[in-house]
Design a protein around this ligand. Sequence first.
Ligand SMILES: Nc1ncnc2c1ncn2[C@@H]1O[C@H](COP(=O)(O)OP(=O)(O)OP(=O)(O)O)[C@@H](O)[C@H]1O
Ligand SMILES: [Mg+2]
Length: 316
Amino acid sequence: MLEVSGLTKVFPGRKPVTAVNGITFKVDAGEVVGLLGPNGAGKTTTIKCILGLVRPTAGQVSINGFDQRTHYRQLLRQVAAVLEGSRNIYWRLTVMENVLLFAGLHGISRREARPYAEHLLESFHLMERKDAEVRSLSSGMKQKTAVACALAKRTPLVFLDEPTVGLDVETSYDLRRVLRDLAAGEGRTFVISSHDMHVIQDVCGRVVIISGGRIIANNTVEDLLSLFRTRSYNFTLAGTLDGTLTEGLARAFPQATVAARGGQTLVTARLSHGGQLYELIDVLRLSGAVIESVSQVEPDLERAYLELVRQGRETA
Ligand SMILES: Nc1ncnc2c1ncn2[C@@H]1O[C@H](COP(=O)(O)OP(=O)(O)OP(=O)(O)O)[C@@H](O)[C@H]1O
Ligand SMILES: [Mg+2]
């Protein structure tokens, strides 16, 4: 669906800025890919280059087989985007008028567009406000309207740059559900940039992480999580801290943390190999501790992401 090869963007000036530095990746039809990276990493510039809103300094882009250089008009018909901060909707038109207008710009007649527009507004809980002028809406509603306008074009590929910024928790969940449904039900392809790892973990199958204009990771979310699936365990012990326990732990597991919690003691230890679990249990038993529960600390995307970006900076 999308092929980006050697994409580079240098913003000229007295001190030229290399915002994107030789980025190569592919997105298959039906995938939902997260574009992650610290502020200034080059995410928005990458998206703008792909859309041709910013002229790439080097590299190739093709969407659905249409090359940006030779088939730009056809390429544009394959893609819709909501860019960060810019809500390209008309504030004096109503919500429904906006959605129909944007579908119309894509050659979909109003009659054809209306049922789908209603479906989208329904999903976003915007139907009650469909005849309200956009300028009278809250910022979250404007954001949802902008996303609905992009989706109404029914393009196979959709870019969403920070779609959940400023949305309340419930609205963010609504949007995630809609995106998952559209990907699963209509086989549409999404590239989503976000700083909210929960959003990414919730809707994306794969993530491309950019740092300093380069790709530092391109993996499925599952792979990233298992890469960082640490052997960390939480033990909840009956009773409060005990001297023999802290001494025993300090000797055998210096990196373990011990904390009082209510009438219980919480021990968290990261083990270097599976066998250490038995040793840890031995230490606990010898100190007379009563184990009430054990759980493995689940990795999350946020930690994996932070670790990758840190490693990326070190090797840069
Ligand atoms: N029009 C421009 N002229 C000069 N430099 C620019 C321009 N647009 C972006 N840059 C620079 O390019 C780099 C990448 O910016 P970009 O907006 O792509 O980052 P981003 O990953 O989207 O960051 P954020 O997470 O903050 O949105 C930054 O150093 C930025 O200052
Ligand atoms: Mg950005």
